[in-house]
Design a protein around this ligand. Sequence first.
Ligand SMILES: Cc1ncc(C[n+]2csc(CCOP(=O)(O)OP(=O)(O)O)c2C)c(N)n1
Ligand SMILES: [Mg+2]
Length: 338
Amino acid sequence: MLPDMPREQRLELLRKMLMIRRAEEHVVRFNEEHEGLIRGHFHIYIGQEATGVGVCAALAPEDYVFSTHRNHGHVIAKGGDPGKVLAEVIGRETGYCLGRGGTFHVAAPDLNMPHTSAIVGGSTALASGAALAAQLQETGAVTVAFFGDGAMDEGVFYESLNMAKLWELPVIFLMENNYRRAGRVNEGANDLANIPRALNVETVTVDGGDVGQVYGTVSELVRRTRAGEGPFFVEASTHPWPGNDGAHPELVAGVTDINWAWDPSPVPEKVRAWYAEGDGILAYARELADSEDCDRDAVVRADEEVRREAGAAAEFALTSPLPAAEEAVKYAYAGRGD
Ligand SMILES: Cc1ncc(C[n+]2csc(CCOP(=O)(O)OP(=O)(O)O)c2C)c(N)n1
Ligand SMILES: [Mg+2]
């Protein structure tokens, strides 16, 4: 569904989604091409870009977003600088958290993303707290908590949702179901959306791969949340990206070629179905190219620009210095260091 907005803004949504894809392709390549550059695990938002971009496009700059272990995409969607995101992913002094956070904790307070939690379910409590503050201070800010289907197994999720409902907090619980099916083997509920319904939290399900649908649905919920009708719960479902199947994310089909949107024949057969049906970026590229006031050329040009920018961002990160060893604890404790 094309989002209800002028052509330039529609293209801007495409650019944001592509920026997440291109930046994260660099993250996977950092890991594949530079031994020891990323220490430990890392998580990739590829395949879910339409959700993050659609939600953040519905928010105002003063609204809050709390994210998870898949935060890179959310930060870029909220307007983050891809160079500072990539620098943080590899622990550089020029990153959003001066290299102290790393891939799991790319927080960006100046974008009203004060913290991200790699503790599964943690974002729901942080977001409810921020929403309580906004309610008490009457700032009018809306808070979004992104979290995954797995976070619904956590006790903190129930507590956060229940308190948010009882106190009518201005918060939207945005569950990203990246398994594209209702219920899971480790859930008693056969439909995850029934869990918030049991607490009388109004719940909407959307196709998380359809940026227009996400934007339209969340815009209306943001309006209602600001009017004091919250909290709300959204389930945004996506098809799992095949690159996440192994122990570490892998570019199983190489980098995405935007031309696969209209000619999928060069895509390796084992992942062709995902690129044909599951990839929200290619679906949106097709929609835009077929729309009245846009065409393939505009889409391809947007991708070229984004690839250049993402390449410069990766270069910026790779050439940025690590924090000095003697400053390791600077900023680590309140009142210490600087
Ligand atoms: C409290 C807690 N338990 C376990 C983990 C390990 N862990 C990291 S990601 C993950 C899966 C989370 O699934 P989901 O919330 O659906 O997010 P997805 O990775 O699918 O986006 C787990 C269990 C963790 N980080 N925190
Ligand atoms: Mg999940």
